[in-house]
Design a protein around this ligand. Structure first.
Ligand code: SF4
Length: 319
């Protein structure tokens, strides 16, 4: 499997009244075809902004983005149209992302209409094929979003994302607005489609159980930065960054023989606006020392494929 997406020191800053908001601040990763990268962190950590930068809904401030080895950091309008055939996005709230005045048919067919290269017959056939693929009954084709439940609306979002046969899909909290019973159906649908179409996903979520189920590797973000990245099983077996440890301690365990204590984080969350030097997690970290407040910890590969940004990770984890 070749590399499909690479980010190198990617940054997205916003100028706001109080200063410069560092929403994404130097994120690097590479993703192979067919993989799923789970991106986790609390709300405000920059994960949704990262997703939008990856798919060019937002322009990066700095850094480099490569798609199949080609530099796509800055692209022309026509190149962006080509990229839309390769990359699509599924949004958190299908109700908000669907136009209330457009029917199921119109919503699903829109990416083909925008591409402008398909005949009416091709569009008709493809819309029904997509409805079958995502499990939407054909009789719903002329319904409007408000006539459907959340699960069906998200199936429209998925059909829309798939209709021009992309290779990479950014899924931004695609199940968090849905009931738990529907969440499992949508996750399983995404997994089936991935296998059938050899898709690559970037899956953004705050839900550690969902990310464990769907991802092959996981990136943990904190205040715009990647603090840990590892294959899913390694991260769950041995989270090494103090923030990842806290996130995972909140996941319910089935194994009653292994007691685990929930780590409750105290302390202020630093502002992402003109952030202070040093580790951004220092105010909440139970292991913080004065040195942590002076210099930002570099990302280091402490075990094979397991990257951590913490000055004291070796000591804390007995390495
Ligand atoms: Fe905690 Fe220091 Fe590691 Fe930051 S660098 S996570 S403050 S121990």
């Amino acid at each position: 499997m070749g590399k499909i997406l690479e980010a190198k020191e990617l940054k997205k800053y916003f100028e706001v009244k109080a200063g410069t908001l560092h929403a994404v601040d130097g994120v690097s990763f590479s993703l192979d075809e067919g993989e799923t990268l789970g991106v986790v962190g609390e709300s405000g950590c920059g994960k949704s902004t990262l997703g939008r930068v990856l798919i060019h809904l937002l322009e990066s401030t700095d850094g480099q983005l490569l798609y199949k080895g080609e530099d796509i950091t800055h692209v022309s309008r026509s190149k962006l149209t080509d990229l839309r055939h390769e990359m699509q996005m599924i949004f958190q709230d299908p109700f908000a992302s669907l136009n209330p005045r457009r029917t199921v048919f119109q919503a699903i067919s829109e990416p083909m209409e925008i591409a402008g290269t398909f005949s009416k017959k091709e569009i008709d056939e493809r819309v029904y094929e997509m409805m079958d693929t995502v499990g939407l009954a054909r009789r719903l084709v002329n319904c409007y979003p408000h006539e459907l439940d959340g699960g069906r609306r998200q199936r429209i979002g998925i059909a829309r994302a798939l209709i021009i046969d992309p290779k990479l899909i950014i899924c931004d909290e695609p199940v968090s607005a849905l009931d738990v019973s529907i969440q499992a159906q949508i996750i399983n649908l995404l997994l089936d489609i991935q296998e059938q179409r050899k898709l690559t996903y970037v899956f953004i979520t705050h839900d550690m159980m969902v990310v464990k189920y769907i991802s092959s590797k996981i990136m943990v973000m904190y205040l715009g930065q990647m603090v840990e990245m590892a294959p899913t099983n390694k991260l769950f077996e041995m989270p090494m960054h103090p923030y990842s440890k806290a996130l995972l301690s909140a996941v319910p365990q089935l194994d009653v023989d292994h007691k685990h204590e929930r780590i409750v984080l105290k302390g202020e969350v630093y502002s992402p606006i003109d952030p202070k030097p040093g580790c951004r997690f220092a105010a909440r970290c139970p292991y913080a020392t004065d040195a942590c407040r002076i210099a930002a910890p570099p990302l280091k590969e402490l075990l094979p494929d397991h990257l951590v940004a913490c000055h004291r990770a070796e000591e804390i984890n007995g390495l």
